[in-house]
Design a protein around this ligand. Structure first.
Ligand code: COA
Ligand code: AMP
Length: 627
């Protein structure tokens, strides 16, 4: 173990006030906080700051305006564009002026439904500049999901683009926004549309404004100054899948977030001012918020915004090309992306030809990293590959090998060790810690460190629920264990959440959609292991009497999930079965369905209602052609 890691972790637990007080010095405060933690008000209470100032203005003021802040690399449009900190300041100022002209002020919400283009980053930072609260919705979600988020966040504006580019396909975004607003109860003042040359959007009425035109009209407006916000004022709301299918609006504060993210760059990723860093995620996810946008800019580094896929844009060498071209020093992606590359280039010929340039280390997160993928990547790249674990709720890694503190310990199947600030316990059903080696509910001692959520938007009771299962602890929803060497292994979820290609989804939500379709009597959706995406959803549908021979049923169910939840759900298989396996008390045996899909030995539980059901389902699965 590295001594620096041991000391940092111990200090963060023994004296969090001193530890985070020291870390807060990396941030420019308008009014410095008088203390680090206050149980009622949270982290850095009393302090005021502006996150945009910390991410841009202060670097320019320090004479680093010519350093590259943002590189947009888009193989799907054939574009590479760099923005220095001075240029980023100018661009963000222009968008802030546009938003200001539309009446956006401190505390207003702005929903972004945008692809991976620089304007998305400008808009997020422009909101931060004004003290407005952005809520970015991932482009793979359908209109219904967007509408739910609009109704919950009640934004003044929606910012969107005419299209996103998914590999070789162009996906029109504006019709989805129109549909969402037709469904939503809440109506926005304006929809601002960034027209992309790949596909123009129709502006349908006075509500719709053209981004470029608005920018032109407001071009003489002075760029708004950075608003002074309280440390605990919200910077953004990011919706994530909850267990009930109702999205949880995770609220991120300004102060704790800035302090924690800056700390991670220096102590986990080993990135400082001027260093190129790349997180190959999407700004619609928490990884994109934290590690494409805020963290690298807070420390004055160079961040890469990549619009493409690991494969097919144009080939499985695209990641290595971007890393080499921009001299990326630390790289972060999801295991599924590496599996996709490995599938197409098993001998890593592209990697061997292109190389990894200045790259020192690779981080993986978003889903469990299978040891085979890590071993392959380490062998082919010759670099340390570090799995680490976190959640939207936390905002930054909670389990990791703190590489920048000199730690390099890693073990296949483990996400590493508790990161400073986090005290983990594996709890049994009785709420007592289980011995090392035994699986329990992964819990974190409260209070959570800076940057972690302190409430859910419009749902404080939903937030509290995370702390009631095991009083005094935050229940992560994951199951796992410590091994004898102190490595923490995350084994899966204790609820209905699944991770599909690193995207967090609720099978319960899919079940709700499937259950509403014509001809469906009942259903179950489970997550099955998948060699590429980690997990994929599979639906089991029992038809209503009379619908047994409806050949359209499976297709309709799949189409409904796609149109209501979104393409990202990736539900491609629905089995029509005569019955679901249930206990005599009526509980669906989802675990048994999972075992059937994995082709595992199924031990029929004694409580099963009808012991013939598992074999009948197994036969149906075996006879149905794979999609
Ligand atoms: N806008 C619109 N549609 C989107 C989208 C977006 N931003 N992102 C994904 N989709 C669509 C895809 O086009 C696909 O549609 P299809 O069913 O019509 O083909 C569907 O949603 C599923 O997408 P995805 O799960 O990404 O599958 P894929 O086959 O397109 O790509 C991978 C597979 C592994 C290459 C890809 O999932 C990947 O790169 N994953 C990494 C994920 C990641 O970075 N997660 C963040 C956590 S760190
Ligand atoms: P999200 O909020 O979308 O980041 O998803 C968080 C969930 O993804 C966690 O609760 C885990 O179930 C899973 N997850 C994220 N990173 C890892 C990892 N490194 N290993 C195992 N599971 C992970």
């Amino acid at each position: 173990m590295s001594e620096a890691y041991r000391r940092a972790w111990q200090a963060s637990i023994d004296d969090p006030e001193a530890f985070w007080g020291q870390a807060a010095r990396a941030i420019d405060w308008i009014v410095p906080p008088t203390r680090a933690y206050d149980a009622a008000q949270g982290w850095f209470a009393g302090g005021t700051l502006n996150t945009c100032h910390n991410a841009i203005d202060r670097h320019v003021a320090a004479g680093r305006g010519e350093v590259t802040a943002l590189v947009y690399d888009s193989p799907v449009t054939g574009t590479v564009r760099a923005f220095s900190y001075a240029q980023l300041l100018e661009e963000v100022g222009r968008v802030a002026a546009m938003l200001g002209a539309l009446g956006v002020t401190k505390g207003d919400r702005v929903v972004l439904y945008m692809p991976m283009v620089p304007e998305t980053v400008f808009a997020m930072l422009a909101c931060a500049r004004l003290g407005a609260i952005h809520s970015v919705v991932f482009g793979g979600f359908a209109a219904h999901e967007l509408a739910k988020r609009i109704d919950d966040a009640t934004p003044r504006l929606v910012l969107t683009a005419s299209c996103g580019i998914e590999g070789k396909r162009t996906i029109a975004y504006k019709p989805l926004v129109d549909e969402a607003l037709a469904i939503a109860r809440h109506q926005v003042d304006r929809v601002v549309v960034l027209q992309r040359e790949q596909l123009a959007a129709e502006l349908t009425g006075p509500r719709d404004l053209d981004w470029a035109q608005l920018r032109y009209v407001t071009s003489d407006d002075p760029a708004p100054e950075c608003a002074e916000v309280g440390a605990s004022d919200p910077l953004y709301i990011l919706y994530t899948s909850g267990t009930t299918g109702v999205p949880k609006g995770v609220v991120r504060d300004n102060g704790g977030h800035a302090v924690a993210l800056a700390w991670t760059m220096a102590n986990i990723y080993g990135i400082g001012a001027g260093d190129p860093f790349w997180a190959a995620s999407d700004v619609g996810w928490v990884v994109g918020h934290s590690y494409i946008v805020y963290a690298p800019l807070l420390v004055g580094a160079t961040t890469v915004l990549f619009e493409g896929k690991p494969v097919g844009t144009p080939d499985p060498g695209t990641f290595w090309r971007v890393i080499d071209r921009h001299k990326v020093k630390a790289f972060f992606t999801a295991p599924t992306a590496i599996r996709a590359i490995r599938k197409e280039d098993p001998d890593a010929k592209f990697l061997a030809e292109i190389g990894t340039g200045d790259l020192k280390v690779i981080f993986l997160a978003g889903e469990r990293a299978d040891p085979g993928t890590i071993d392959w990547l380490e062998a082919k790249s010759g670099l340390p590959v570090i799995d680490h674990w976190w959640q939207t709720e936390l905002g930054w890694p909670a389990i990791a090998t703190c590489y920048a503190l000199g730690d390099l310990r890693r073990k296949g199947g483990s996400a590493g060790f508790p990161v400073p600030g986090y005290q983990f316990v594996m709890l049994g059903d009785d709420g007592k810690p289980v011995p090392d080696g035994e699986s329990g509910s992964v819990a974190i001692k409260a209070p959570l460190p800076p940057g972690a959520f302190r409430t859910l938007w419009n749902n404080p009771a939903g937030y509290e629920k995370n702390f009631t299962g095991f009083p005094g602890y935050y229940e992560t929803g994951d199951a796992g264990h410590f091994d004898a060497d102190g490595f923490l292994n995350i084994m899966g979820r204790t609820d209905d959440i699944i991770n599909v290609a690193g995207h967090r989804l609720s099978t319960g939500q899919m079940e709700q959609i499937v259950a509403q379709q014509d001809g469906v009597a009942e259903c179950a959706v489970i997550g099955a292991d998948d060699a590429l995406k980690g997990m994929i959803p599979i639906a089991f549908v029992v038809p209503r009497a009379g619908a047994e021979n409806d050949a359209t049923l499976a297709g309709r169910v799949i189409a409904a999930v796609r149109s209501e939840l979104g393409a990202v759900a990736a539900l491609k298989t629905a089995y029509i079965v005569p019955q679901l396996p249930k206990t005599r008390s009526g509980k669906i045996l989802r675990n048994l369905l999972r075992k059937i899909m994995a082709d595992d030995e199924v031990e029929t539980p004694p409580t099963i209602e009808d012991a013939t059901v598992p074999d009948r389902i197994r036969d149906i699965v075996a006879m149905t052609p794979a999609v």
